[in-house]
Design a binder for this molecule. Structure first.
Ligand SMILES: O=C(O)CCC(=O)C1=CC=C[C@@H](O)[C@@H]1C(=O)O
Ligand SMILES: [Mg+2]
Length: 368
C-alpha cells in the first residue's frame, strides 16, 4: 500500500461526567483523529491520544499536529508499505512523540486489515471472542460520593474497579472502599503522585488486597519503583514509565513491576504494543490495556489488541456510553456484564460515523 492522502481532524467531545486525576480534571476530550487513504481509495483511521496539556506525558494535541505535519506525514506519504510493522522503523529517526506516530500507524493497520480481508483482531493474531472490561473512575468530591460511584459500576458488572489516588486522597479512601466492597477486584492509580519519601503511605495501601498499584512514583522512573516493589507485596503496575519494548525489558529485569499497562499511543503504535505483550508473555508478566478516554476509533484498536492471549487482566475499555452522549463509531462499544463482544467484521470492526465526526470537528487539514 501507499498512503496518498492524510486528513487530520481536531475533534472536541464533551465528557458525560468530568474525569479527575492527581494531575487535573477533564471536562472535554480534545484530540486528533487521522484518516489515511491509500492509492486504491481505502480509508484507515487512527487516533492520537495526546491531551491538550502535557500532564500525562510531554505530548500535546498541538505538538502532535506539528510532528505529524512537519515530520511524520512527509516520511510516509507515497512510500510503499507491505506491512504495518514497517511504520515504526520508518519513523525511527524521530525521537519519542509516540502518540503522534501511533495515530498514523493505527490507520495503516486498519488499511492492512481491510486489504487482507480480515478483522484487526485476526490481523494481530488475537484469540478471544469477548474481552473482560474494567473501569477507571476519577477522584470524587467526597468518600461517600466515591463509594456511590464505585457501587454503580460494580452493579453494572465491570470486572475490576480502578480508582485514582493522590496525596491526601489515598489510604482513607481505599480503606472505606474495601470495607464496603471486600471482594471486588480493585486497584489504585497514582499517576506518579508519590516519591519514596511517601513509602509509609504506600505500605499502608499494601494492606487492602489491591490487584495492583499503578504508577505510584515518577513518570520516568524504574529504579525507585524497583526499590518500592521489594517492600510491598501488591504488584506495581507501570504505565507512564513504559514507552517501548526496551523500557519493558529493563523494568522487568530490574524488578520494578509485576504488571504492565499497555497503551498503544504511549508506546508508539500497535506493533510495539504487540512486541511488549509478547515479551511480557515470555517473562510471565501479565498485561492489560489502558485507556486514554479514547473515542470509538482508539477504543476499537484497544479491543482488538486485548484479544492477544497475555491480556489476562481487565482493561480500561469501558463502553462508549460511559464517556459520551454519542460516539463517533457505529455501532457504539457496548459492555454487558463486564464483557465486550469482539467484532469480527473486516478492519477495526466498527464504522466511523461521519455525521458525528463532522459534528465534533473543530478544524481539519488535508495533506497530499
Ligand atoms: O480511558 C479510560 O477510561 C481510562 C482513563 C484513565 O485511567 C487515564 C486516562 C488518562 C490519563 C490517566 O489519568 C489515566 C491513566 O493513567 O491510566
Ligand atoms: Mg495510569
Amino acid at each position: 500500500m501507499k498512503l496518498t492522502e492524510i486528513t487530520i481532524r481536531h475533534l472536541k467531545m464533551h465528557l458525560k461526567s468530568p474525569f479527575s486525576t492527581s494531575f487535573g480534571t477533564f471536562y472535554d476530550k480534545e484530540f486528533l483523529l487521522l484518516e489515511a487513504k491509500d492509492e486504491q481509495g481505502t480509508s484507515g483511521w487512527g487516533e492520537s491520544v495526546a491531551f491538550v496539556a502535557p500532564w500525562y506525558t510531554e505530548e500535546t494535541l498541538k505538538t502532535n499536529w506539528h510532528m505529524l505535519e512537519d515530520f511524520l506525514i512527509p516520511l510516509i506519504l507515497n512510500k510503499e508499505i507491505q506491512h504495518p510493522d514497517e511504520v515504526t522503523p520508518l519513523f525511527a529517526g524521530i525521537r519519542k512523540n509516540n502518540m503522534a506516530k501511533s495515530a498514523i500507524e493505527g490507520a495503516v493497520w486498519d488499511i492492512y486489515a481491510q486489504h487482507t480481508n480480515q478483522s484487526l483482531t485476526d490481523a494481530l493474531g488475537g484469540n478471544k471472542n469477548k474481552i473482560e472490561v474494567g473501569i477507571s473512575l476519577g477522584i470524587q468530591e467526597s468518600i461517600e460520593k466515591q463509594i456511590t460511584v464505585v457501587e454503580h459500576y460494580v452493579k453494572e458488572g465491570y470486572k475490576r474497579i480502578k480508582v485514582k489516588i493522590k496525596p491526601g486522597w489515598d489510604v482513607q479512601v481505599i480503606r472505606s472502599l474495601r470495607e464496603r466492597f471486600p471482594d471486588v477486584a480493585m486497584m489504585a492509580d497514582a499517576n506518579s503522585a508519590y516519591s519514596l519519601e511517601d513509602i509509609n503511605i504506600l505500605k499502608q495501601l499494601d494492606e487492602y488486597n489491591l490487584t495492583m498499584i499503578e504508577q505510584p512514583l515518577a513518570s520516568d522512573d524504574i529504579i525507585d519503583h524497583a526499590v518500592l516493589q521489594k517492600q510491598i507485596k501488591t504488584p506495581i503496575c507501570l504505565d507512564e514509565s513504559i514507552n517501548s519494548l526496551e523500557d519493558a525489558r529493563k523494568a522487568i529485569e530490574l524488578g520494578s513491576c509485576g504488571v504492565i499497562n499497555i497503551k498503544i499511543g504511549r508506546v508508539g503504535g500497535i506493533s510495539e504494543a504487540k512486541k511488549i505483550h509478547d515479551y511480557c508473555a515470555e517473562k510471565g508478566v501479565p498485561v492489560w490495556c489502558g485507556g486514554m478516554l479514547e473515542s470509538g476509533i482508539g477504543r476499537a484498536q484497544n479491543i482488538a489488541l486485548t484479544t492477544l492471549s497475555n491480556f489476562v487482566l481487565p482493561g480500561d475499555t469501558a463502553g462508549s456510553s460511559h464517556y459520551w452522549e454519542k460516539d463517533i463509531i457505529n455501532p457504539e462499544v457496548i459492555v454487558e456484564d463486564g464483557y465486550i463482544q469482539v467484532p469480527k467484521t473486516i478492519g477495526i470492526g466498527y464504522e466511523p460515523n461521519m455525521e458525528a465526526i463532522k459534528e465534533f470537528t473543530v478544524s481539519s487539514k488535508v495533506y497530499k
